[in-house]
Design a protein. Structure first.
Ligand SMILES: Cc1cc2nc3c(=O)[nH]c(=O)nc-3n(C[C@H](O)[C@H](O)[C@H](O)COP(=O)(O)O)c2cc1C
Ligand code: SF4
Length: 435
């Protein structure tokens, strides 16, 4: 099975091992082509972002203005704070040079001379691995001013590591930029988008760690090679982080389009005690949950999961067996989003707290059937009405878990006379994943 971002090569984090396996030859190849050629190849490869929204990487790069007097920047998103997601840190530890090489190629393509790698501050171990690799790359002349001599090119690039203070919201692209600028990590209203008004008001591209790590093999092997792997509309491999009730939790790099059941049973070793699966969240805790009795034939790629009523998100697959208390799960997830809400906009700030209050009531045994409708109504009124997508991230698990497991939730509440509950009042922002 093809491994693109986490090749099974011992000690790949060491620069000598990386070089012995063809490392830093893709960037040399890229420098012999024009930046537009590189963007064109990445576009044709079909590479889509691995940070959650699965947006075309090449298309995003093409939004960067060509003629501007302002400096341009690349931000690499390694905040990785979505519950259930633990794959970017594997790259920082095991294949940091491929990420560095990907950064150099991306910067060359978009015309950026500075890149910031934003890593959640608590990830000390992974920051240490990545810093060591970056220092080695500088010492060997692959990064910084020495690039001129090393590659015989005018293009140079500086790469800085920026440690986040540890907040989920810092992973949202516009708050990540505010955080780098030394401000409070409040998301910005969009438009303008980062390519127009990014870091310090200058054109900026933001991509996930895994997205950028895919770039060197695409340049080395050609876009046609990449486009043939996995599902045509979402090609390549994905680092699936499988957690919860499985015998072998871990990160599995597999082609897009792999069956969810194959991932759970063949790779993650199935469910302990051969219990039935009650629920699976396929892309990190913010994605709509799927029923365990409806997993057959579901493929793990953006289009297939959308058709199944969920989304690929960060590829963090959370498996829950038949004995799981879904009310507890939903309460815990909601508590997370309530805690991580930056508080900037009312529907998210107030709505997450309101949903948590209702769920705690249900958990204590005092909930009513009416509370379930109320939860859906509150979730509907958060979704699409907030500055950033954290609002949707908080709303989707509540709305879809209750809708899809209504029978289960009904057994945990007291039936009372139904009261009329408000429908969705309006929507200001289009959902990232129209369901
Ligand atoms: C609340 C919130 C948290 C996010 N956290 C992350 C994160 O930790 N890492 C990440 O790559 N993207 C995260 N994203 C998505 C980013 O805003 C952005 O879309 C992504 O970094 C773009 O990279 P990609 O196109 O390569 O996927 C988050 C989005 C939201 C709304
Ligand atoms: S949706 Fe939530 S996290 Fe995002 S800006 Fe509004 S309050 Fe902050």
């Amino acid at each position: 099975m093809e491994k693109i971002v986490l090749p099974e090569i011992k000690d790949m984090h060491l620069i000598d091992v990386y070089l012995a396996n063809g490392g830093y030859s893709s960037v040399k190849k890229a420098f012999n082509q024009t930046p537009d050629d590189i963007i064109d190849q990445v576009k044709k490869s079909g590479l889509r972002g691995r940070g959650g929204a699965a947006f075309s990487a090449g298309l995003k790069w093409s939004f960067m203005p060509k003629s501007t007097t302002k400096p341009k920047y690349l931000c690499v998103n390694g905040d990785e704070s979505e519950p259930g997601s633990f794959k970017d840190r594997q790259i920082l530890e095991h294949n940091p040079h491929q990420l560095i090489e990907g950064i150099l190629i991306t910067c060359y393509a978009i015309g950026a001379k500075i890149a910031y790698v934003y890593i959640r501050g608590e990830y000390h171990k992974f920051i240490n691995f990545f810093s060591k690799a970056l220092n080695d790359a500088y010492e060997h002349g692959f990064v910084g001013d020495a690039m001129r001599e090393k590659f015989g090119t005018d293009f140079t690039c500086q790469i800085y590591i920026h440690k986040g203070a540890g907040a989920y919201i810092c992973g949202e692209e516009s708050s990540l930029m505010n955080s780098i600028e030394g401000k409070r990590a409040y998301p910005r209203v969009k438009p303008p988008f980062p390519a127009q008004y990014g870091l310090w008001g200058c054109p900026t591209t933001i991509n996930n760690v895994e997205t950028i790590t895919n770039v060197p093999p695409i340049i080395a092997n050609g876009w046609e090679w990449f486009a043939k792997i996995g599902e045509p509309k979402h090609p390549g491999t994905i680092l699936f982080g499988v957690s919860g009730h499985v015998n072998k939790p871990g990160v599995y790099e597999l082609p897009t389009g792999t069956l969810l059941t194959e991932l759970i049973y063949n790779y993650a070793g199935g469910v302990p005690g051969n219990k039935k699966i009650l629920c699976v969240i396929p892309g990190g805790s913010s994605m709509p949950p799927l029923r365990g009795d409806q997993l057959e034939e579901i493929k793990m790629d953006a289009e297939s999961l959308k058709a199944a009523g969920s989304a690929i998100g960060t590829g963090g697959v959370m498996v829950m067996d038949e004995d799981t208390d879904l009310v507890k799960v939903l309460t815990r997830i909601t508590k997370f989003y309530y805690h991580e809400s930056c508080g900037q906009c009312t529907p998210c700030r107030e709505g997450t707290g309101w949903m948590l209050k209702i769920l705690n009531r249900i958990l204590s045994g005092s909930g009513s059937s009416n509370d379930l409708d109320l939860l859906i109504s509150v979730a509907n009124n958060i979704e699409g009405n907030t500055v950033c997508a954290l609002g949707d991230a908080a709303a989707w698990p509540v709305k879809y878990m209750i809708e899809r497991f209504r029978d289960y939730f009904e057994t945990r509440v007291n039936t009372v006379t139904k009261l009329p509950i408000a429908n969705k009042v309006h929507s200001l922002r289009k959902s990232v994943i129209p369901l």
